[in-house]
Design a protein around this ligand. Structure first.
Ligand SMILES: [Zn+2]
Length: 114
């Protein structure tokens, strides 16, 4: 059985979440785990970012290193729920994406991640 929550190997936060699809009695993880405390994220098969020795050992990117597979807003990771809300409000394309906001909170740029 797959974990729904994971412990962050960098800071110890135990509420790291990921996206899952339920189907045919199977729960399939569809995104890397992300730590909303220190912003570390799990390495995902096929990722092209280079890992340092510690990242390779832990299987997680360092805190604050933006994982290109996870939606973000002004450089901060978004939860799946937040990303879905932005998408539903037609403020963002389908996740994952990166959003930059101006100081008045107007949207400066969307960058779709594939
Ligand atoms: Zn963490």
């Amino acid at each position: 059985m797959q974990l729904l929550w994971a412990r962050c190997p960098w800071c110890g936060y135990t509420g790291c979440d990921a996206d899952f699809n339920d189907g045919a009695g199977l729960r399939v993880q569809t995104s890397p785990f992300r730590c909303l405390s220190c912003l570390a994220t799990q390495v995902w098969p096929g990722d092209s970012l280079e890992l340092d020795a510690e990242e390779a050992r832990l299987g997680w990117y360092r805190p604050g290193r933006l994982n290109p597979r996870i939606s973000s807003l002004n450089g901060t990771l978004l939860t799946d729920h937040q990303a879905q809300l932005l998408t539903r409000a037609s403020l963002a394309p389908d996740a994952p994406f990166q959003v930059s906001l101006d100081e008045d909170e107007s949207i400066r740029a969307f960058e779709l991640i594939d």
